[in-house]
Design a binder for this molecule. Structure first.
Ligand SMILES: Nc1nc2c(c(=O)[nH]1)N[C@H]1C(S)=C(S)[C@@H](COP(=O)(O)O)O[C@H]1N2
Ligand SMILES: [Mo]
Length: 213
């Protein structure tokens, strides 16, 4: 116990010295589980992933089809608004930017925002330009393994801080939806689940935008 806490503090000091710990956060070596509501079951035969809203052509990918999309690995630090941060988390999955750059999906030119829709109605919104950054991923794997059910299996949005790309905007971790089922492209902003409940719409971790607009 004591040993674990001193390991944690040492690691926290290192991350802080590297300017990777946002204000008001503390480092955890664990991986907390945080969500509202129950963990949904995954049924591969009926699962689909939809691309809809302001797009040239809607998509409805089966689980098998989703596996065929180009894949990427991203290493980032994640920051929960409840004040824990976790460093060097390794994610693997599909990058929205790659899907758009390779014209696998084509969004209308007036699109400004994207809504993630998850099982049981959880939603979270992002400006398109942030969802197109390298630090937003549609992740199927964490640390080389498929996501565990409590962390969003089979698919979740992930957003975090990439230390080597310090210029990217980094929102709090709630802006990645676990058990993700669709992306809705929009021509105006709309608030997601926590955003409607009073959490900050932009949610920049470095400006400590936890609550309010
Ligand atoms: N579907 C869904 N996704 C969600 C949430 C949720 O309640 N439901 N909570 C968010 C919050 S507040 C955080 S901090 C992260 C937590 O992810 P983790 O449980 O893998 O740490 O998931 C985010 N995604
Ligand atoms: Mo969170």
């Amino acid at each position: 116990m004591g040993t674990f806490e001193s390991d944690r503090r040492k690691e926290e000091e290192r991350i802080r010295e590297e300017n990777r710990l946002p204000p008001g956060q503390s480092l955890t070596l664990k991986f907390p589980v945080l969500h509202y509501g129950p963990i949904p079951a995954f049924t591969p035969a009926t699962w689909d992933f939809r691309i809809w809203g302001e797009v040239e052509e809607e998509k409805n990918w089966s689980w098998d089809e989703f596996q065929q999309l180009p894949r990427q690995k991203v290493l980032m630090d994640i920051h929960c608004v409840t004040r824990w941060s976790k460093a060097d988390t390794l994610w693997e999955g599909v990058s929205l930017k790659t899907l758009i750059d390779s014209e696998i999906i084509m969004v209308n030119p007036n699109v400004t925002h994207v809504m993630q829709h998850a099982e049981h109605g959880y939603t979270t919104n992002l400006p398109l330009e942030i969802a197109l950054q390298d630090n937003f991923l549609l992740a199927t794997h964490f640390d080389g393994e498929p996501l565990s059910p409590d962390h969003g299996y089979p698919l979740r949005g992930v957003i975090g801080h990439i230390p080597s790309e310090g210029e990217l905007v980094t929102p709090y971790f709630w802006k990645g939806a676990k058990w993700l089922r669709s992306l809705e492209f929009m021509t105006a902003d709309r608030l997601g689940f926590w955003e409607k409940a009073g959490y900050h719409n932009r949610a920049d971790v470095w400006d400590e935008e936890r609550y309010g607009r």
